[in-house]
Design a protein around this ligand. Structure first.
Ligand code: NAD
Length: 496
């Protein structure tokens, strides 16, 4: 069965997938598969190749073989492929919404957002081959003409997470490809289709040559044998990683050992500051969206809301009431705005964080309960600093609300975490927002907007434990080399 036929199996039956190596859809060496489960009802969504190190080595070989021709391909031809991929994704949108619901518990609004975002990413990347490939550098030596020239690296390995699976699966490969690299994509075991095999299908249908995009999948708990060749092979020049800070730290050390570069997009603990002159209704609306969209499983979700004391009681009352109105349910039903947590471990982490906080004196102002894998949007107040959730990412629908009295106190609280991804400030005084925003240790600050958002062209990325990569056109610096070429027009005179 070809991959295209596999994807046409009725949604009620488990789909059968193969992985993509050198333009061929193949089983894992040895033929093993694993069950990819629907997080809402635990039915089998798909059977996925459970690969080994041998499969990973094949993807590296295929990507390496395809590299010279891909790097040499003309700009117009490459541009056409990215534009076609966007059209294919748009055409498959309804099917992709269902896949994301069934595989990752993504409700329709976030699924549609990701499709539109990924189409934008592909269309913007279509222009990269036409961007200046370098610059002329003035030489101090008469008759010498010096050029700084951008060149692709070679094979880039992409490691993608399960949350925001479609957008981040594409983000993991698009900038490296647009810079002329070939890629091996290793999606999360929780979303091998939405964060990996779908990218392979769409890029193949768009006409990307065999071996330019390769996808290797593995069973839960079996990433080690895949990661080993990806990190040990001299043929892999760089990594594009999105995931938790703990994994990112470990992989950065691994890449560093082999002196290879790695782009890191990691976790966040994102504060929202509501000043006393903010529009209360709009601040509540913004906070509800920012805290609970995708049931709190987005790196940019607001984790702590700091409200200036005069507004605190009103804000909390309205915010908690709105939170109580949001119901999680089956994400395959487009009426449901939020769905389940991804797995039992995520549900257990959510419950434990709340229990620990309550045991230390916190109060639940809304939510706190779970049903199946679905968790109620939860609002915690009076959370002591000793509770882990006070500064650690829980990755579920739970947010802390705290009052503050001075701007300095708000800044100290906003910066009182190891993370530094995103922040927001709500105020009617925009200059105040910009001034305070400059003091927050975060890669992205939004005045009068949510911590969450992001368009493909922005310099997306964090500071501190949230990583160091930047996307948008800034990703070109990461996924290309800048080489010097000089030409001596005159015979030069040497001291020896
Ligand atoms: P994770 O770190 O558990 O996994 C991410 C990826 O790393 C997966 O593909 C996983 O298989 C792989 N991985 C895990 N151990 C590995 C190893 N030893 N060797 C090689 N690969 C390994 O993260 P997750 O649970 O998939 O994603 C959620 C986390 O990602 C959250 O912390 C979230 O904030 C963060 N995130 C950050 C961004 C961002 O852009 N900053 C975006 C989305 C998610």
């Amino acid at each position: 069965m070809t991959q295209a036929l596999a994807a046409q199996i009725p949604a009620s039956q488990p789909r059968q997938y193969r992985q993509l190596i050198g333009g061929e859809w193949v089983d894992a060496e040895g033929g093993a598969t694993f069950e990819d489960l629907n997080p809402y009802n635990e039915e089998v969504f798909a059977h996925i190749p459970a690969s080994t190190g041998a499969d990973a080595l094949c993807t590296i070989e295929a990507a390496d073989k395809a590299f010279p021709a891909w790097a040499a391909m003309g700009a117009r031809a490459r541009q056409a492929l990215f534009l076609k991929a966007a059209d294919i994704l748009e055409r498959r949108a309804d099917e992709v919404v269902l896949i994301m619901a069934q595989e990752t518990g993504t409700a329709t609004p976030f699924a549609r957002f990701q499709i539109q975002w990924a189409c934008g990413l592909l269309r913007q990347a279509a222009g990269y081959p036409y961007l200046p490939g370098g610059e002329i550098v003035q030489s101090d030596t008469p008759g010498v003409f010096a050029m700084a020239v951008r060149r692709p690296l070679g094979v880039v390995a992409g490691i993608s997470p399960w949350n925001g699976a479609l957008a981040l699966g594409f983000r993991t490969i698009v900038a490296p490809l647009a810079c002329g690299n070939t890629v091996v994509l290793k999606p999360s075991e929780e979303a091998p289709v939405s964060a990996g095999l779908l990218m392979g299908e769409i890029m193949t249908e768009a006409g990307f040559p065999p071996g330019v995009v390769n996808v290797v999948t593995h069973a839960p708990g079996a990433v080690g044998p895949i990661a080993d060749p990806l990190f040990e092979s001299r043929k892999v020049r760089a990594y594009n990683f999105t995931g938790s800070s703990a994994t990112g730290s470990m992989l950065a050390a691994r890449a560093g050992k082999h002196l290879k570069r790695i782009a890191l997009e990691l976790g966040g603990y994102n504060p929202m500051i509501v000043l006393k002159n903010a529009d209360l209704d709009y601040s509540v609306d913004t906070a509800i969206f920012a805290a609970f969209f995708h049931q709190g499983q987005i790196c940019m979700n607001t984790r702590k809301i700091l409200v200036e004391r005069p507004l605190y009681d009103d804000f909390l009352a309205r915010f908690a009431a709105r939170a109580r109105d949001i119901k999680a349910g089956d994400p395959s039903n487009p009426q449901n705005k939020i769905g389940p947590l991804i797995n039992d471990a995520a549900l257990a982490k959510f419950k434990l964080a709340i229990e620990q906080a309550v045991a230390k004196g916190a109060r639940i102002a809304a939510g706190g309960n779970t049903e199946g894998r679905c968790a109620e949007p939860t609002v915690l107040v009076d959370v002591p600093e000793s509770a882990p959730i006070h500064c650690e990412e829980v990755f579920g629908p739970v947010v802390i609300v705290e009052p503050f009295d001075t701007e300095q106190e708000a800044m100290d609280k906003a910066n009182g975490t190891d993370y530094g991804l995103s922040a927001s400030i709500m105020t009617s005084d925009v200059w105040k927002g910009i001034t305070l925003g400059g003091q927050i240790q975060a890669g992205m600050v939004n005045v009068n907007g949510p911590t969450m958002g992001g368009e493909p062209q922005i310099p997306f990325g964090g500071v501190k434990d949230s990583g160091w990569a930047r996307f948008g056109r800034w990703a070109i610096d990461t996924f290309s080399d800048l080489n010097l070429i000089t030409v001596s027009n005159d015979k030069r005179k040497y001291p020896l």
